[in-house]
Write a protein that binds this ligand. Structure first.
Ligand code: GLY
Length: 335
């Protein structure tokens, strides 16, 4: 088992990565906890034993379940059961479960501890780590949320074998981004070490900028175009697949802006293709509409903003000319 610490002062915690990590639940529960509210979904199918009195709260499947109504249902269920701040919420599932249950834990009784048992690759390398919790509104994704650090995270790599192939591929898209955030040689590591290295990279970034005053936004490398592709809603792309296209786009934009050369662009293609992920814009993509969506990205505080590779690695760059973005989109579309 690999232990990766997330150093955040009195909110520090460990992430345990490895086969069977879910069986370590009892030992990572906060000291003195009496009861555990286990939040999961029917199809997650990963039983856990918290080792204390517990009750399971099922939430619906799919991204639509990541909503205020679910948070209300969970909190009402916790209240009817009599959950207190001396107890714990245990979220078992992928990003939809850990984001929603994490947010319910953040607001129920103004905050009860939460432990995440992450069961998807995407969750293990991204969603479960770093304390971002929240839900969607009809007006947009993740518009309501809170920073609420878990008391511990268990990344059980044994359960990854049961993921549907496209679900696994989606996690690979998030994994691919870490190759450019200090993860050289990730491809040579076995899965446990690879997940742990991604967690380590994320933990270092989160420790340096927990509330995304600046640097944490590099974790969104490849995500600006990915979010636009997802928001457009017309393309058959999972999140990680959209991130893969976004990584290639970001590399090509960085080259156009003179920040990196051909070799680095090639490295992006190699990594993305190495995971068997898409590296092209969907044939029917409309560059104008994508540009408009990217300009509306909630992280675009000062004009068009992208995390871009360069001499100092990936950094957040503001005020990018719309003409350059359009040119790269059109270039990619014509291939
Ligand atoms: N998923 C990006 C972050 O946690 O900041």
């Amino acid at each position: 088992m690999i232990t990766v610490p997330v150093s955040l002062g009195d909110r520090s915690y460990d992430v345990l990565v490895g086969a069977g990590a879910r069986h370590r639940l009892l030992e990572v529960l906060p000291h003195g906890v009496q009861r555990a509210a286990v939040v999961t979904q029917e199809n997650v199918g990963v039983p856990v034993d918290p080792g204390v009195e517990h009750r399971t709260f099922l939430m619906d499947e799919g991204e639509d379940a990541k909503c205020m109504e679910t948070v209300e249902e969970l909190c009402r269920g916790f209240a009817r059961w009599g959950l207190t701040r001396a107890d714990v919420v245990v979220a078992v599932g992928g990003g939809v479960v850990t984001d929603t249950a994490g947010f319910a834990a953040a607001v129920y009784h103004r905050g009860v501890p939460v432990v995440h048992v992450s069961t998807t690759l995407l969750g293990q390398v991204d969603a479960a780590i770093g304390g971002k919790t929240g839900v969607n509104l009809p007006e947009g994704k993740n518009l309501v949320g809170a920073y609420w650090q878990p008391a511990a995270v268990l990344c059980d790599t044994e359960v990854l074998a049961t993921l549907p192939p496209r679900e696994y591929a989606s996690g690979c898209g998030e994994m691919a981004k870490y190759h450019f955030l200090g993860g050289d040689g990730l491809e040579d590591l076995p899965i446990d070490e690879r997940v742990a290295r991604c967690v380590e990279i994320k933990a270092e970034v989160v420790a340096s900028d927990e509330r995304e005053g600046g640097r944490r936004a590099i974790l969104n490398y490849g995500h600006t175009l990915a979010h636009a592709l997802e928001t457009a809603g017309r393309y058959d792309l999972r999140h990680g697949e959209a991130v893969a296209v976004g990584l290639v786009f970001a590399a090509r934009l960085a080259r156009r802006l003179g920040r990196i050369g051909d070799d680095e662009v090639e490295r992006h293609y190699r990594v993305v293709r190495g995971y068997g992920l898409p590296d092209r814009l969907p044939a029917e993509a409309a560059p104008g509409a994508l540009l408009e969506l990217m300009a509306r990205d909630k992280k675009a505080l000062r004009g068009l903003t992208f995390a871009l590779d360069g001499n100092e690695g990936v950094t957040v760059v503001h005020g990018i000319d719309a003409g350059d973005v359009m040119a790269v989109l059109k270039e990619m579309q014509s291939e």
